[in-house]
Design a protein around this ligand. Structure first.
Ligand code: FBP
Length: 251
């Protein structure tokens, strides 16, 4: 994971939302992948950039942060059954496209969780053989999950990632506003992840101060860092904002 860290911390720029959410996340600027590449280049703060294989193949070039290819995914149109994200790209394909790491979503709690953990196990095995890290997007989803941000269940998801052999885990932690509780919950999540590095996802666009406060908590709790998409490229000042988040994480 070291190649994805700076001073022990990482900040990933996520841009797979066109697949996961569709064009409703975009405006005339950020619909163009080149706009995202410019944010990465101009800010110089990202330690990883996340694409699905099609974007990686057509847009990823030298001079960009190390590439993480998402190997699976599902669309927002996928409805009527429990969440499941099929494998869409192999580890070898990702390596051929220049990936330094791969990402894979497991919907923890889904009725189809076992299929995803089984495939994730195979991905981890192959990445270990080929010497690249595996980062799990371990999201609590499915009709059994009343609250996808439940800190106790997030700690469970973090532990699952460790036990499955992930090098990193990306979780959807949200701050409640109760400073002490938030920090304690996040620390417990990190403890459960052990040597598996914890990255917190950005979520839908929030006020600057809220994001800076999340970044501070991420750092204070001992997480490795953050993986942020919409909170960066939906902003008017993505470069300045990213630098500020980077300052918090790397200082
Ligand atoms: P954001 O920072 O925009 O939330 O992106 C992080 C991410 O994990 C993306 O990689 C992914 O496309 C998206 O969130 C999935 O979000 P959800 O499953 O909540 O719709």
């Amino acid at each position: 994971m070291d190649k994805f860290l700076r001073n022990g911390h990482g900040l990933f720029l996520a841009y797979d939302q066109g697949f996961e959410h569709g064009p409703s996340d975009f405006n005339a600027k950020n619909v163009d992948p080149k706009y995202i590449l410019n944010i990465a280049k101009e800010s110089g703060v990202f330690t990883g950039i996340i694409f699905q294989k099609g974007i990686a193949e057509r847009y990823y070039t030298v001079g960009l942060p190390p590439l993480i290819i998402k190997l699976n995914g599902k669309t927002a149109l996928h409805a009527g059954e429990e969440p499941f994200a099929p494998l869409l790209c192999t580890v070898d394909e990702a390596l051929g496209l220049g990936a330094s790491g791969v990402g894979y979503t497991v919907y923890v709690g889904s009725e189809r969780e076992a299929e995803m953990t089984e495939t994730f196990g195979r991905v981890v095995r192959e990445c270990n053989q080929k010497g690249i890290p595996t980062i799990g997007w371990f999201y609590l989803r499915g009709k059994q999950i009343a609250n996808p941000h439940d800190p106790k269940k997030l700690a469970y998801a973090a532990r699952l990632a460790l036990e499955l052999g992930a090098d990193g885990v990306k979780l959807q932690f949200t701050i409640s506003g109760d400073e002490t509780n938030d920090l304690r919950n996040l620390k417990w999540i990190v403890q459960n992840a052990g040597k598996c590095k914890v990255f917190i996802s950005g979520g839908s666009k929030a006020p600057d101060e809220e994001m800076f406060s999340l970044a501070k908590k991420v750092k204070d709790a001992g997480c490795a860092g953050m993986a942020v998409g919409r909170n960066i490229w939906q902003r008017e000042n993505p470069v300045e904002f990213s630098k500020e988040v980077g300052n918090i994480l790397y200082s």
